[in-house]
Design a protein around this ligand. Structure first.
Ligand code: UDP
Length: 490
């Protein structure tokens, strides 16, 4: 990527402490550095392993661009009533822990303010879940850009659904009002705000209020993926937004792809060799992101559904999920699927896997990063949404992009061990549903058509970030605006 020469612009990045927020924000820092911007990335000591290798490699191989400076601060776990070392939202296992986590995050204001005073950057990019960073930035006259980490489609749909308030109405299903496409949803798939714990509600309201008052938003998406919604967001909702994505594409070599996020639990060569021995587009990649903690019974159903589909697969199991009573079953299971199924226990080099030609589909929880990474690799999806904005993303994949099939999850927030105050239900998706979804995508003409469309999107994603592409130009426009502001101040 070609560097411009902005006026020594300096941007400070402060992501929420969760992999799905830290990883794309680091990619944005890399992108801005490619454009000659000086970047500082803030995180906490316990979260350093998620970004350190990637930053060090970037700095040692991009000597013509400014290096990314990593600043680590202390996370006050114990002071906020959390176990020592609990510094990442992916470690949380109860609602009380989530509340305490946000207490600890709010306590970061003091070290953040000190840093701000010291660095006086030209802009800060901070997470939607760090609303107080707006006040800090405003005190120093610095613009704050908000990072959501989701699609424009989901932001627009959520905005509409919140106003429509389906839970106050008798109908079980509804069409999201006033969107460019007719989006049908069940009331049960939508977060019930009136039943939300008041402590969580307070956090959400503060985040919304601060978001609206901020300078603008920076999106990990690209215009051609969701043109109707980008226009809607900018012109109808009147929001200022810049599109920099797909940001993962700044990792264009095997080392960067395989060291994105945590240390992989599998050697990259072992993983690539396994895939090299499979036919093109024959393997299903199964990963539910970094946050979901399924119940053992739900995991069992997923295992059986994958087995009975008879399709080759790579299944990523989060660490805590194989350390319980299911382990014995998993060993026996692994023997049954030997040669056909590869189980990765822990962190997977997801970008590397998705971009291998043997991958023909991805079973996902509909986290936005994973969804966009699959799109960018030309891989269609089987959607198994769980909570947050996942159900909206499912509709985007199935109804708008037409690059995926759902397994039929009807209830928001169930099937997991920790359900943010929702009723706990052991199994949401049965093995037959998994098998049906997988077979629709991996076998037959319907899946082939979805794969064809996904490959078209892969081409437009690459074009968006190349010189002259929509995201490339948007980064340029953003830098120009910031440079202009700086000149005015001087
Ligand atoms: N990820 C990964 N390996 C894993 C699990 C996750 O590389 O084993 C990455 C994935 O590529 C994505 C992020 O972690 O960039 C997960 O973000 P997403 O929005 O998909 O889901 P979340 O974890 O936020 O629910």
């Amino acid at each position: 990527m070609e560097s411009k020469t902005p006026q020594n612009l300096r941007v400070l990045f402060f992501p929420y402490m969760a992999p799905g927020h830290m990883i794309p924000m680091l990619d944005i820092a890399k992108l801005l550095s490619h454009f000659g911007v000086q970047t500082t990335f803030i995180s906490t000591f316990g979260n350093a392993p998620l970004v350190e290798t990637s930053i060090n490699h970037f700095n040692s191989t991009n000597s013509s661009n400014p290096s990314i400076k990593l600043v680590l601060i202390q996370f006050p776990s114990a002071e906020a009533g959390l176990p020592v070392g609990c510094e990442n939202a992916s470690y949380l296992t109860s609602l009380d822990m989530l509340v305490n986590f946000h207490k600890a995050v709010a306590m970061l204001r003091q070290p953040f303010d000190q840093l701000l005073e010291q660095l006086l950057p030209d802009a800060i990019f901070s997470d939607y879940f760090l609303p107080w960073t707006l006040d800090s930035a405003s005190n120093f006259g610095i613009p704050r850009l908000v990072f959501y980490g989701t699609s424009t489609f989901a932001v627009c749909a959520m905005h509409k659904v919140d106003h429509y308030d389906p839970h106050s109405r008798p109908e079980e299903s509804f069409i999201v009002p006033d969107l460019p496409h007719p989006i049908h949803m069940l009331k049960s798939q939508v977060h019930n705000l009136s039943k939300t714990d008041p402590r969580i509600m307070k956090i959400m309201l503060a985040a919304d209020e601060s978001d609206e008052k901020s300078y603008g938003t920076v999106m990990n998406s690209f215009y051609e993926l969701e043109p109707d919604y980008v226009d809607y967001y900018r012109n109808v909702l009147g929001r200022r937004a810049w599109y920099f994505g797909p940001v993962s594409l700044c990792n264009d070599n095997i080392f960067d792809m395989s060291t994105r996020g945590d240390k992989p639990a599998i050697d990259k060569d072992e993983c690539l060799n396994w895939l090299d021995n499979k036919k093109p587009s024959s393997v299903l990649y199964v990963c539910f992101g970094s946050m979901i903690k399924f119940t053992s019974t739900q995991l069992h159903e997923i295992a059986l559904g994958l087995e009975s589909s008879q399709q080759p697969f790579i299944w990523v199991l989060k660490k805590e999920l194989f350390e319980d009573e299911r382990e014995w079953l998993m060993e026996e299971y692994e023997k049954r699927v030997e040669g056909r199924g590869l189980i990765i226990r822990g962190w997977a080099p997801q970008m590397l896997i998705l971009n291998h030609e043997a991958i023909g589909g991805c079973l996902t929880h509909c986290g936005w990063n994973s969804t966009l990474e699959a799109v960018t690799a030309g891989v269609p999806l089987v959607a198994m949404p769980m909570f947050a904005e996942h159900f909206y993303t499912e509709r985007f994949i199935v109804d708008v992009l037409k690059i995926g099939v759902g397994v039929g999850v009807k209830q928001y927030g169930t099937g997991q061990r920790f359900e943010a105050g929702m009723e706990k239900v052991g199994v949401v998706v049965h093995k037959e549903d998994i098998e049906r979804g997988v077979l629709t995508l991996m076998v037959g003409t319907e899946g082939e058509e979805m794969r064809r469309r996904a490959r078209e999107l892969k081409v437009s994603a690459k074009m968006a970030v190349e010189k002259g592409g929509s995201s490339y130009l948007d980064i340029g426009k953003f830098i120009e605006e910031l440079s202009q502001k700086k000149t005015e101040v001087i």
